[in-house]
Every structure is written in structure tokens, then in C-alpha cells.
Write a protein that binds this ligand. Structure first.
Ligand code: ZN
Length: 242
């Protein structure tokens, strides 16, 4: 089974479309680590696509916030404004779908999906120290997560945690005896200094992981954000990936 792993789509249809075009023919199924909506101007189109095409999805904090399940007072003002806009924009079917998404981690057959840390869906795992703190709490040896919008992963091997280097576009065979916690990166709002849409491919049979990036119509996504009246910063940050 070859999985296309998506995370943090954030209502960015242009980015999702480019990923699907680029990944075409390289996967058997799609799985998602959450945050389908929030920030971007196409929450309905992205959610409808996920509903129709993705069997295994965990909810993200923005999926909760944008479907009215959370108190928004702990969000920063820009995220809150986007969440309120998204809640107004979502149609009833997409809203119901987002509200029913399961909390991670979930077993997706051959791999596990979480949004934040496997311990807490709202927790960020960005550093080796943070990854070390949850050693012993990973539910399975091949775990994928999102939330940080940073592409890359952590390898748990013989009592130590390291950050393996995965070259882009090149399949890397994982170590059988190691456990991995891997972020495919954000498709819709990368924050690791690379504006290109991120995703990952995992081939269960060969135990091979490939991290990918693809260019997309960032100007199209920005235009829609501006036309929707969403905060300008949300348009600007797409072109820097910061
Ligand atoms: Zn996110």
C-alpha cells in the first residue's frame, strides 16, 4: 500500500490541486493529519474533496475551531478572524463532516495518524527535545503528524532520538528496528521557509518514505484570500513560507 500523506491543507485549493497533479499515479490511497480548513479561502472545496477522497483523517485544532467546537479566545487575532470567516463560509455538510472527525492518534492500517503530538492533539512537536519527551507514548512504529507545518521527522533508535535527513524527492528506506514520527509538512501553509506545497509518500511494503514539495499557483490562492477579505498577512505569508 502506497499512501499519499497530507497535512494542514488550510483551505488552500491551489496547493492541494498542485500536489494531486504532481503525485498522480504514485499512491494507492490518501490519508490526512488534520487542519483541512482555517486561513485559506477555499474551505468548502478542500473539505468536499477530502470527504470524497480521503478515508483516514484525524481532526486538527483548526477543524475544531472553524466548526464552532472551540472557544476561540485562545487563538491569536488573525487565526480567530479566519476561523470566524470559515465558520460562516462552510456549508452544512462540510460543517457536519469536520465536527465528526476523530481525534488522533488513529490506526490507519500500516501507519498511525495524529495532528499534534500522539499524546495531545494540540501539542507541538518541533524539536528533538520535544520528540524525546513523548518517547514511550508513540502508539506505533510509523507515526505521522502535523500541526507544526514543518516538514521532516524524528527517529527513535536504540534509546536516542535523532532528526534523520530525508533528501527531497528521493525514497528513503526506514530502519526496521527504529520508530519514526514524521511530519509530511503543510500542503496549504508551509512555515519552514519553503513556500512550496509539502506532502509525503509512504510505501508500506518497502518501508520507504519520500518527502516532496511542489510549486503551485500561490498568486491564485493569495487573490482569493484578499477577495474574501481575510487578513492580508495570510496572503503574504504564503509566498515566503514563513
Ligand atoms: Zn495547521
Amino acid at each position: 500500500m502506497r499512501s499519499l500523506i497530507l497535512s494542514d491543507l488550510h483551505g488552500n485549493w491551489e496547493a492541494l490541486e498542485a500536489v494531486l497533479a504532481r503525485a498522480d499515479g504514485t499512491f494507492d490511497r490518501v490519508v490526512c493529519c488534520g487542519d483541512l480548513v482555517g486561513y485559506g479561502a477555499d474551505p468548502n472545496r478542500v473539505t468536499a474533496w477530502v470527504r470524497a477522497n480521503v478515508a483516514e483523517v484525524v481532526r486538527g485544532n483548526h477543524d475544531r475551531a472553524c466548526s464552532g467546537m472551540d472557544d476561540l479566545s485562545w487563538f491569536n487575532p488573525i487565526a480567530r478572524e479566519a476561523a470566524e470567516w470559515t465558520l460562516r463560509a462552510l456549508d452544512s455538510e462540510n460543517l457536519a463532516y469536520l465536527r465528526a472527525l476523530p481525534r488522533g492518534p488513529i490506526d490507519a492500517g500500516g501507519l498511525t495518524l495524529a495532528h499534534g503530538s500522539p499524546v495531545d492533539e494540540d501539542e507541538y512537536v518541533a524539536t528533538v527535545e520535544e520528540a524525546r519527551m513523548i518517547e514511550g507514548h508513540l502508539p506505533a512504529p510509523r507515526c505521522f503528524f502535523g500541526h507544526t507545518h514543518l516538514q521532516g521527522g524524528f527517529e527513535y533508535r536504540r534509546g536516542s532520538v535523532v532528526r534523520p535527513h530525508f533528501a527531497l524527492h528521493r525514497p528513503a528506506r526506514l530502519h526496521r528496528e527504529s520508530w519514526y514520527l514524521v511530519n509530511p509538512g503543510s500542503t496549504g501553509q508551509p512555515r519552514d521557509g519553503d513556500w512550496r506545497a509539502a506532502y509525503a509518500l509512504y510505501d508500506e511494503e518497502g518501508d520507504e518514505l519520500t518527502l516532496e514539495r511542489t510549486e503551485y499557483d500561490v498568486e491564485g490562492a493569495q487573490r482569493k484570500i484578499r477577495e474574501a477579505g481575510l487578513p492580508e498577512l495570510l496572503a503574504l505569508r504564503l509566498e515566503t513560507g514563513a
